[in-house]
Design a protein around this ligand. Structure first.
Ligand SMILES: [Zn+2]
Length: 435
């Protein structure tokens, strides 16, 4: 028997009110128990959590772990370590690896590598199309029926451009309650070199423009296809006010559409590109302040369901180039909570809302039954303790990731993850991983 006594934290879950629930929590054999602290087993590990916030462990709908294929940038092991430090108890691994996760065997291999690391539940995302080529459907049913039980499918890295293929994929996954996570980017409006929000600044900087409409036209099309097929679409990394408006429109009509926003799109604006630092090159690109504010409002009012990191590690030799030639993407697992707290807390958005957007909603979208639960007797103890008064400065060199493309380096944050607990076992504490 293993036991844990969490003393003095204030617990919040998606349903709790703004004041949370103060008290001790006893965990026995990976499950939250109904024991009082005084009845905790004598050999229980005690965590002094006075002043800390207790939340359901975070779930990331959008993680690039790079294994197989680019183990120089990240592995399932190093990504799991970064996730544990960041407060995550489950991550969904994107399919754009090499080879692509487009078969049952490939999905099971990702699952098994995650289990072997044991720090976070690694749930593979399956590709929608063979090789991410956008033409032939991948083994959607076989991936779902495999041990990996894939429910989320995505060609992320690329947008599924062909409406007919998207329609067929939606029809196919409807039978088992799957969902397609779409990277919304109309390639005829924003091609592969588009790397700066299209506007006055892209003209001044001389960078290829990525117009907001390239995102919103795909979201609108997919909303119509979701309605037509009666199937589910999830909008990956929505980045524009127009995109949020379309999602709001779809939800008002009862269309089964959900959406995520990244921490970086909640916090950083296009202005970051003026120094041409490739660490700020990401797809979709950073947007102007009015979009950032629309994203925050959309997350607060529930139009956007979840925060997802789009953690995208890159080796130095792929990232340290002239801006137009550098790879897209930035790290995000270890800093997500701090950025969300800095940009969202206050004005009616509290810790229960953090639990909703970082744990409960993403777990529900992904169909992960053991995650994002209330902190109540009988529930699996997938938990995170947050220090709301941590005062940390991000040091890229201290990251668990194998990569260093960290846009938050040198920035100070007022809240940070303290301890992460997976099924009653501490996986990380104060930025150190526990084997
Ligand atoms: Zn993407």
């Amino acid at each position: 028997m293993s036991a844990l006594l969490i003393k003095g934290a204030t617990a919040y879950a998606a349903g709790t009110g703004p004041r949370g629930h103060a008290g001790d929590v006893v965990v026995v054999d990976g499950v939250v128990s109904d024991l009082q602290a005084s009845d905790a087993p004598g050999d229980a590990e005690v965590i002094d959590a006075d002043g800390l916030i207790l939340l359901p462990g975070f779930v990331d709908l959008h993680t690039h772990l790079r294994e197989p294929g680019r183990e120089d940038a990240e592995t399932i092991s190093s990504g799991s370590r970064a996730a544990a430090v960041g407060g995550f108890t489950a991550v969904l691994a994107m399919a754009n690896t090499s080879p692509v996760t487009d078969t049952a065997e490939a999905a099971e291999r990702i699952l098994d590598l995650g289990v072997a690391c044991g720090l976070v539940d690694v749930q593979p995302i399956g590709a929608v199309t063979h090789g991410l080529e956008g033409e032939q459907l991948a083994e959607l049913g076989l991936m779902h029926r495999s041990r990996a039980a894939v429910r989320v499918f995505s060609d992320d890295g690329r947008c599924l451009q062909d409406a007919r293929v998207m329609r067929r994929a939606l029809e196919y996954i409807r039978s088992f309650g799957g969902v397609i996570s779409q990277h919304s980017q109309d390639s005829s409006l924003a091609g592969p070199s588009a790397c700066c929000h299209e506007g006055e600044l892209s003209g001044r900087l001389g960078l290829p423009g990525w117009p907001a409409a390239a995102e919103s036209v795909i979201i609108a099309r997919d909303a119509q296809l979701a309605q037509h097929t009666g199937s589910r679409v999830h909008v990956a990394h929505v980045s524009t006010a127009e995109g949020v408006e379309v999602v709001r429109w779809a939800k008002a009509r009862g269309i089964a559409m959900t959406a995520e926003v990244t921490p970086h799109h909640l916090a950083l604006t296009t202005e970051r590109l003026t120094a041409y630092d490739p660490v700020f090159k990401v797809n979709p690109p950073l947007r102007p302040l009015e979009d950032v504010l629309a994203l925050r409002a959309g997350l607060a009012d529930g139009t956007i369901d979840a925060v997802a990191t789009d953690h995208a590690p890159h080796a130095r030799h792929d990232k340290e180039h002239a801006f137009v030639d550098a790879a897209f993407g930035m790290l995000g697992l270890e800093t997500a909570l701090s950025v969300v707290a800095a940009t969202m807390l206050g004005d009616g958005f509290g810790w229960a809302d953090v639990a909703r957007v970082m744990a409960t909603a993403p777990a529900a979208i992904a169909g992960l039954a053991g995650h994002g639960r209330d902190i109540a007797p009988g529930e699996p103890a997938n938990l995170v303790l947050v220090d709301p008064a941590a005062s940390v400065t991000v040091d890229a060199a201290a990251s668990q990731s194998l990569s260093r493309n960290n846009p938050w380096h040198g920035m100070a944050f007022a809240a940070a993850v303290h301890t992460t607990i997976l099924r009653g076992r501490v996986t990380a504490s104060q930025r150190k991983v526990r084997a």
